[in-house]
Design a protein around this ligand. Structure first.
Ligand code: ADE
Length: 256
């Protein structure tokens, strides 16, 4: 997979290379990360890439032409355009989530991410080039670079070979539309808090059942919106209610 980022601040994107997993994966040739400095395609020798808005307002808008040229530099002579997807990071976009990460990492071989700055980008270049707009949350950042880093990190860990143990991401939060179950490591008792007995039982089927039910319970408690987007079977509901009652008993016992 190739990722190209069109930006005025490539140094913010290059921090992704520095992390141990993505850095190693890039060295191993599992993906290629390219940053394209939009200012290299400025409209004049003063490096101008932005201008005032038509219709008034105080802010500056990124101009269409430098972005258009930067995009062509990234896209090169690619012929398989259906395998290339251009994404504009913006608070106006659809919310980025795990299922979008899965779709992008499996359907496209080249993603071009456009990072906006100032008051935004001339709409005409978005209409000309962009396939979709994505937001990483309902808040406004000063530019798209941090959002691009989030998207890149979420995508890269889905590229086969990037994570040392691929089965790990199949089990974890959001992969099956559920949050992760609680996990424990040694010692078995810490500050008078014990690891749940079932995890020490060695009975793999019971352990997996417990993990599944605890995932469902955590999702119900913390993110009921995810639960309503997913259909649970009767058995799953019963197991969750049972786990919830057991948890409540323990908490009540402590408080009493
Ligand atoms: N640019 C500014 N704010 C953003 C957000 N929330 N998500 C993606 N890109 C952005």
């Amino acid at each position: 997979m190739k990722l190209s980022v069109l930006t005025l601040f490539p140094e913010l994107i290059e921090t992704v290379d520095g992390s141990s997993i993505t850095g190693r994966a890039q060295t191993a040739g599992l993906f290629e990360l390219q940053t394209v400095q939009i200012r290299d395609f400025a409209v004049n020798r003063y490096g101008q890439v932005d201008d005032r808005c038509y219709g008034g307002g105080t802010g500056m808008l990124m101009m269409a032409e430098p972005i258009y040229q930067a995009w062509h530099h990234a896209a090169g002579e690619e012929t398989a355009r259906e395998k290339t997807r251009t994404i504009y990071l913006s608070p106006r976009g659809a919310l980025f989530n795990q299922s979008k990460a899965r779709q992008l990492s499996s359907c496209y071989s080249h993603l071009i991410l456009l990072c906006g700055h100032y008051e935004g980008v001339d709409q005409r270049v978005l209409d000309e080039l962009v396939d979709e707009e994505l937001s990483i949350g309902d808040y406004v950042l000063t530019g798209g670079e941090l959002a691009a880093c989030v998207v890149i990190d979420a995508l890269l860990r889905l590229v086969p070979g990037v994570l040392p143990d691929e089965s790990a991401y199949m089990r974890e939060s959001h992969m099956a539309g559920l949050l992760e179950y609680p996990q424990y490591t040694r010692p078995a008792v810490w500050h008078e808090r014990s690891v749940p007995d079932i995890l020490m039982s060695g009975h793999q089927a019971n352990i997996e059942n417990w993990q599944q039910t605890r995932s469902e319970l955590e999702t119900l408690r913390r993110r009921p919106d995810l639960v309503s987007a997913r259909r649970f079977s009767r058995e799953e509901w019963l197991a969750m209610i049972k786990a919830y009652r057991e948890e409540s008993k323990k908490t009540d016992g402590k408080e009493g």
